[in-house]
Design a protein around this ligand. Structure first.
Ligand SMILES: C[C@@]1(CC(=O)O)C2=NC(=C\c3[nH]c(c(CCC(=O)O)c3CC(=O)O)Cc3[nH]c(c(CC(=O)O)c3CCC(=O)O)/C=C3\N/C(=C\2)[C@@H](CCC(=O)O)[C@]3(C)CC(=O)O)/[C@H]1CCC(=O)O
Ligand SMILES: C[S@@+](CC[C@H](N)C(=O)[O-])C[C@H]1O[C@@H](n2cnc3c(N)ncnc32)[C@H](O)[C@@H]1O
Length: 253
């Protein structure tokens, strides 16, 4: 059954871990991670993986780990045939491998934030669902952007504010178009796209109100007004946001 963590001893459960602070993990996620015998997670080659780092100290000594390493991330263009072919093959292979394992054992897949918000597990989920031979469950998590707007200490939306969530991988013109119609806005996938995001914010007249949050809610959290930071190397795990200023009854004092 979808989205209900039953007591099944086989199948795959993808667990949303929240934005980075382990205390922002759900009780369900905590229970599943601590009890896991088989733990799979995505990571960039040569890196520990954000999701894996988040559960450091929580896994049992018996847990077998399955790092799923992206064949490429930023090395080749995302719309090149080679990227599409390599990623499709990567998801196909891991889908097969996890499905085989999950017929005998329960497999926990770790996901930073919420699995259904730009999460890699979605690519396994749709493949596994199409096969129809594995019990699949997904546990929601607090998305990274929620942790990031809390890190700024300011509410994100008021009254009729429309919150627009966009990605820094869009073209500058497309970013400006989306920013022009947004009240509150969140730009995900910042990293090397920061200079373009900054130019788009300036064209949309939102640059002065923008914040940059790197590694929100983690020990490496950095929160700054965007105007106070330069375009020096910015991590992929960063969010640019602008708070809404919608209608509200003002305090009389
Ligand atoms: C190519 C590119 C395009 C794009 O983002 O659109 C892209 N990832 C890029 C960069 C990048 N990715 C990662 C790092 C290292 C981070 C670090 O370690 O510091 C870096 C930075 C770097 O390499 O420098 C690791 C990573 N990636 C995802 C997660 C979360 C998760 O797995 O849930 C994690 C953390 C895993 C962990 O550690 O826990 C998820 C996704 N990344 C995808 C694509 C999609 C899957 C691929 C596909 O099917 O196409 C998906 C599912 C998003 C989606 O589909 O929306 C983009 C270039 C952007 C640009 O142009 O600048
Ligand atoms: C591939 S998406 C995965 C999103 C994740 N599933 C979620 O629910 O937040 C990765 C992007 O999420 C954003 N992100 C997630 N967690 C973050 C955090 N703790 N601090 C800053 N940005 C974060 C970054 O913009 C990053 O580029």
């Amino acid at each position: 059954m979808l989205n209900k963590t039953s007591v099944a001893t086989t199948g795959i459960i993808c667990v949303g871990l929240g934005p980075g602070d382990p205390e922002l993990m759900s009780i369900k996620a905590d229970r599943l991670v601590r009890g896991a015998r088989h733990v799979a997670f995505f990571r960039k080659k040569g890196r520990p993986g954000k999701a894996r780092q988040l559960v450091e100290g929580m896994l049992s000594g018996q847990a077998a780990e399955y790092p799923m390493e992206y064949p490429v991330t930023t090395e080749i263009p995302v719309d090149s045939p080679a990227y599409v072919q390599q990623l499709a093959q990567f998801y196909d292979d891991w889908c097969l491998r996890l499905a085989e394992l999950a017929r005998q054992e329960q497999v926990i897949v770790l996901c930073e934030g919420d699995p259904f918000l730009y999460g890699s597990f979605m690519h396994l989920y749709t493949r596994l669902r199409a096969r129809g031979d594995v019990d699949l469950q997904v546990v929601p998590g607090i998305p990274g952007m929620v942790g990031c707007w809390h890190a700024t200490g300011e509410p994100i939306t008021w009254g009729d504010d429309v919150l627009s969530v966009m990605t820094g991988t869009l073209s500058e013109d497309e970013l400006v178009r989306r920013m022009d119609t947004a009240d509150a806005l969140v730009v995900m996938k910042v990293g090397r796209n920061l200079p373009r995001i900054r130019r788009a914010l300036a064209r949309a007249g939102r640059a002065d109100a923008a914040w940059l949050v790197q590694n929100g809610t983690t020990d490496q959290q950095l929160v700054a007004r965007l105007s106070d930071v330069g375009d020096e190397v910015c991590p992929y795990f960063a969010i640019v946001l602008v708070h809404g200023q919608g209608r509200r009854p003002e305090a009389a004092w």
